[in-house]
Every structure is written in C-alpha cells, then in structure tokens.
Write a protein that binds this ligand. Structure first.
Ligand code: WTA
Length: 665
C-alpha cells in the first residue's frame, strides 16, 4: 500500500447541487433520502438480516439458505453458502409464465445498423440449446470456459449457457492479444474456448478466431479440447479438424430445453482478469448468489429500472461492467436492453444519440471517456451534435469506470439529459461485482464529479494508512469495512495474493482496500474518488497495470534494457500511458527515435493488446534512480506531465538525467 498521491489533497469545492425532481422521485424504488436512510439503518441494526432479506427477495432459490454470512475464515467470506440456485434460471426461467416472457430482452444493433430482437422466451431457448451443445462436448459443472466474443447476442448466450450448466466462464475482451489470451487460458485452466470467426467494428472485419489459433499454437494449452466458433461473418476462417466447430455444428440436433444445473451459492460463476500492481493480471473470482443478487438489486436501485424502460449499458462484455450490467443484471431484472456491436464514432460520432432516438432508450449508462470524446466531436461538427437527435425518451443517465470531471458531467446533464435526467456517477470495481458508491436517482441530491454515498449495507470509509477514519474534507484511502455479498471471493489460484492485495495486515486483515484515494465533502460527507493509489492506470476507463506494460517492454530483449511506465492526465482518455525507455544501444533521437517508438508500441500491442500501447515513449541514457537503485517514479510522473521538478532530488543518483528525459524526443 503506498501513500495517497498528491492528487488527493486537491480540495475542489463543487457548489452545484441537483436534487431529484418530483417526476424522478415518483414511483422510484428508493424515493427520497429518508427511504435511503431507512435502508442504511436497517443494515446497521441487523447487518445479516438485511442482506438475507435482499437475497430472499431478489433470487429464486432451489434450496433456501439458512446461513447468511460465514466469517470464520475471513477474509474468505462466504455468503448464503448452504443455499442452492442457478444463475441462468434466475435471469431467464424466472420470467417464463409471467408477462415478461414475451417481452424483448435484447435489441441488438449491429455495426452496420441492422437490428435484431429477441424475447425472453427466445433467449431462454437459445441459451438452452447452446448449453446442451456444451454438455454434448463433455463440458461439465466446474469446468472453465474462456470466452473471446464480440458484442453480440451470442456473446451473452455463451455466458448464460456456461452459467446454466455450472461451468465457470472467463471472458477476455476482444482487444487483448493472442499472448494475453494464452496466459489467461493457462492460468484459468480452460477446457474450451468460445469465439467468433470475426468481429465487426467501425465498418471493418477484424479476425478473432485467428487470434485464438495463435494463442493455442504453442502446444501447451493441453486442456483445451474444443473451440466453438460463431459465424459472425461469411468470410472463411481456418478450422482445426476435431477441435474446432462452428456454432451451427455444435448445436446441431440439440434440444432447446435444458434443465439448469443447480449449484451452491458460492459456486464460481465467473473469473474475470484485471490488472493489478504486479505484472501478472489477477483472476477475480465471483460467486453465483451474492454476485447475482447485487446485479439485480443495483439495477433496481441505482437505475430505478422499470418494466417500460429501455436500458443501454455501452460497456463490452469483456469488462466487469458488461458482465453485471449487460449479461446478468438487466436479464435478472427483466429489463429490455440494447446491445451495440460497434463503436461510438461509426459511421459518425452521433451514433449513440441516434441509437437512443431509434430505440427510445430511457436509461443510458456509459463511461466519461466516451462522453469527453463525443463532446469534442459535437463541438467540431454540428451534424453529430446530440441536439440533432430526439433524446426525450431518456430518464436516467449513468457514468462508470473513471472519475467524471464536473465539466463533462454538466455537458452530459444538459445536452444529453436535457436537465431532466439525473446522472448517477457509479463507483465500483471488478472486485466489487456491482455498484458500491452511487447516487440513487429518486433520492440523492447530485453534485457533479461526486459518486455521493455508499449503497445501503456498504460500509465505505476514508481512512489513513493505519486505518483511522479521516475527517470530512481530508483525503485518504478508500476502504470497505464490512464484507458484502457481491465482493471478490479470491484471486483464482492465488489466495495469498488475494489477502495481500485487498486485506492488508496494516488495516487489520479484514477490511477491504479498494486501491483508490477518496475524500468526503465537508458539508454532505459525499465521496469523491481521487484516483488509484497503486500502480494501476485508468486509460479510457480500462485498467492497466504499469508493471504489466513495463514487463511487456523489457520482454523486447534485443532492444530494451530498462523501462518505467507512468500515467499522465489526458483530456479525453483520463490518463495516458507514458513510457521511459533505456535501450541496449545508444539513445536514439529525431526520426530514429520515432521509428523505434513505433516499433515498441506495436510490440506492446502484440504482448498485451492495442489498449496498452503507450501514447508517449521517451528515451534516456538511464532512468532517475536513488543510490540504492530504485526508480523514482514520482519524478517521472512530473516529467510526463511537463511539470518543473520541484520535489526533493537529494537522493537522486544521477540528476542530469532529468533534463535529458524532459527534452521531448
Ligand atoms: C475507477 C470498473 C471514479 C477506480 C467498474 C476503480 C471510478 C477502477 C469510478 C475500477 C467512478 C470506476 N468514479 N473512479 N464512478 N468507477 N472507477 O475494475 O479507479 O475496470 O478502482 O471496474 O476504476 O476499474 P474496473
């Protein structure tokens, strides 16, 4: 755990407050602050009773639980652990025989604009048939299946089908490289891979299956028996006889009925890899019951989802937001949702706004990066300005993934929400499973740039490094004092790392360390997240470990001697990756530097994925180091920002290097 960064000391005061309108409060699940406070009081008085009530109300149990929370092996908390259920049945079967069965579950808009819809009943049939196909290939409860799919109905079907048979899925975002996929296949011990031949993005056909072939080519993924390939495109792709099957072949002759496999509440529903402070990504393991309960409950609380809503979360299923608020939450809540295959700028940067109009979207959930880039686009070209689209169907707006700056918040509120729609700035992490700190649209007075208050039952605090609570107004580190049902269960295959990363001894070993800095406002006690306190960057809402990128750079052994990666603020992407590199040969300048920088960027794209490419690469004869040889990253951060170095550099071994690195290449 490192000290809170200086960013935390920032004391921005935001005076604008937007209380919920009468209209939003009306009929809201949590209407008015007293209703929110009553739930917090319920959780405070009877913590376990509160969570047990929510678990009973939100889930359909095949075997009811009798134990709520087992803390005997903390921090390996167990929730509802003698209960049994199935996640897919809780998303699909529960609606059969109700008016929801013929309701549209998914409105799919493809990259080229074509639209496909499926009802809940049809979705259940397709998931069941797919699940039978998986079973016919020997995939059983407890097996791990790696999913590498584009944003499509089929991507959700693949996830739901795994859940239906009790297989644990591990979805890898389609932008990760073959090498990254390979590492995850091995770490998770996948027995099968589900992919598509191609993905369509921005009018281009991009290969997916070829990347899987590459990932499997080393011959060491001996557990992978099958690769199932969705025929997204008519273009051919190579198929390995015996191993590879198209979806059509895999499902041929399978029944569209499949009894869900009943699993224990703690059965791992999925493992999702995310970046941490060290080089190796962490396999965040989530449970079935606790996770799903919160996915549904937060749909109902944070988005106040109603039967008539059309919900749209723009996140990819490769990230946690796409798990909780695309693949599980909306279905468990019986909502109609939009799934979009493409990118926000194709065929033009008005695509999101045009789609909101086209599908009468009422609850829209996206990332600040997308908002900021679309602001720029709208300012540059009136034809893609949101005022060209009818956005009156919107009721609630959401933001996720990174801090939203007050300017972007105000633009979103005014130009997209027409000053009618509350903006819920939802703070949470892969490890949290669902929202933890967020406004409630019908209750919480909003303050731009603040995620406001914890959801009832989430005992969040801002503390110092000894765990003592900070007074409001003073920055510190964000912790959650008590466990909650949708929290991470462990890091797959590495329980020690789980304990060390999230439950450090310095804080007593049972308090969850979020890894973010936070400050609570002096007046309302509202939380504002000030950014990561570890070596994790947030680039366009994507989590990237600096060490991961450094490892990738130094893996280019013919060229790179040493590398250090830091983040610097970026107007659009939030943070940008800046790498300082020492080559094994003399320091390049001019054209040569540009060319080597390009080579290194392409290399990182191959090692991790294009999302990890450094925006800037600077070359030095050395890196700033202490006499004991430690790289002084805080100096590199200042250089990356273009700041004058004002810090104490008395421990620096080689001060002259600062000038060299400050000169831009
Ligand atoms: C950041 C995404 C400020 C934070 C759901 C966190 C946020 C990391 C917000 C988790 C927000 C997410 N305000 N910062 N509303 N939401 N973050 O695991 O730094 O991809 O630790 O989960 O994103 O990213 P992850």
């Amino acid at each position: 755990m490192s000290a809170p960064s200086s960013a935390i000391q920032s004391t921005l005061v935001e005076n604008r407050v937007f209380p919920p309108s009468e209209e939003t409060m009306q009929g809201a699940r949590i209407s008015g602050m007293p209703a929110y406070e009553a739930l917090c009081a319920e959780a405070a008085q009877d913590f376990e009773g509160y969570w047990a009530r929510l678990a009973r109300e939100n889930l359909i149990w095949d075997k009811p639980f009798t134990r709520t929370l087992d803390e005997s092996n903390a921090p390996f908390y167990r929730w509802f652990d003698d209960g049994e259920l199935n996640a897919s049945a809780n998303c699909l079967d529960r609606h059969i025989g109700t008016p929801t069965e013929n309701k549209t579950a998914i409105i799919f808009e493809a990259d080229d604009g074509s639209v496909t819809k499926v009802t809940y009943k049809e979705l259940l049939e397709r998931v069941s048939q797919f699940a039978n196909g998986l079973k016919a290939h020997g995939i059983v409860k407890g097996d791990r299946v790696l999913i590498y799919m584009p944003m499509t109905i089929e991507g959700v079907i693949a996830m739901q089908a795994c859940a239906r048979i009790g297989a644990t899925h591990s979805v890898v975002f389609g932008g990760f490289s073959a090498k990254a996929v390979h590492e995850r296949i091995l770490d998770v011990g996948a027995v099968a891979v589900i992919t598509a031949n191609y993905q369509m993005r921005g009018g281009k056909e991009l290969p997916l299956k070829a990347i899987i072939d590459d990932a499997l080519s080393g011959g060491d993924c001996v557990n992978v028996r099958n690769v199932f390939v969705f025929e997204r495109s008519k273009s051919p792709c190579a198929m390995v006889a015996g191993r590879d099957k198209t979806f059509t072949e895999m499902m041929a002759g399978q029944s569209s009925e499949c009894a869900p496999e009943i699993v224990g509440a703690e059965h791992p529903l999925f493992i999702l890899y995310t970046s941490g402070s060290t080089g190796k990504p962490k396999g965040v393991q989530h449970s079935t019951a606790g996770y799903l309960m919160w996915a549904k409950q937060t749909m109902e609380w944070s988005f106040d989802i109603r039967d008539t809503d059309v919900f749209w979360c723009t996140a990819d299923i490769g990230w946690i937001t796409g798990h909780t608020y695309v693949a599980y939450g909306p279905l468990a809540a019986g909502a109609t949702q939009i799934i979009f295959e493409g990118i926000p700028t194709y065929p033009n940067a008005g695509r999101f706004w045009q789609m909101i109009e086209r599908h009468k979207c009422s609850v829209f959930y996206t990332a600040p990066t997308a908002i900021r880039s679309l602001i720029k686009a709208a300012e540059a070209d009136a034809a893609v300005h949101p005022d060209r689209s009818d956005l009156t169907s919107l009721r609630i707006l959401g933001s996720v993934g990174e801090p939203i700056n007050p300017e972007a918040w105000m633009w979103y509120y005014k130009n997209i929400g027409g000053e009618r729609c509350p903006v819920v700035d939802t703070f949470w992490q892969t490890e949290n499973g669902g929202h933890v700190i967020t406004p409630l649209p019908g209750a919480t007075p909003l303050v731009p740039g603040s995620c406001t208050l914890p959801l009832p039952g989430i005992i969040a605090q801002v503390v110092d490094e000894t765990g003592a609570e900070m007074p409001n107004g003073d920055g510190g580190i964000l912790v959650i004092k008590r466990p909650w049902p949708s929290m991470i269960r462990t890091i797959w295959g590495d329980p020690e790392r789980f304990k060390k990363s999230y439950f450090p001894e310095e804080l007593g070993g049972t308090v969850y360390l979020a890894g973010d800095g936070a400050v609570r406002s002096a007046d309302r006690g509202y939380f504002r997240i000030t950014g990561r306190i570890d070596d994790v960057l947030n680039v366009s809402g994507h989590r990237m470990g600096t060490m991961e990128i450094e490892s990738a750079l130094v893996a280019k052994t013919d060229l790179v001697a040493e590398a250090a990666v830091v983040g610097r603020p970026d107007d659009v992407t939030g943070e940008a990756i800046c790498a300082f590199v020492v080559l094994k040969r003399s320091r390049p300048t001019g054209e040569e530097a540009k060319q080597i920088a390009k080579e290194l960027r392409d290399w990182v794209a191959k090692e991790i994925g294009p999302i990890a490419k450094p925006k800037e690469i600077r070359f030095g004869d050395n890196l700033p180091k202490t006499r004991s040889g430690k790289i002084m990253r805080r100096l590199l951060r200042s250089i990356a920002k273009g700041e004058k170095i004002t810090q104490d550099i008395s421990t620096l071994e080689n001060p002259a290097i600062l000038d060299q690195l400050s000169e831009s290449n």
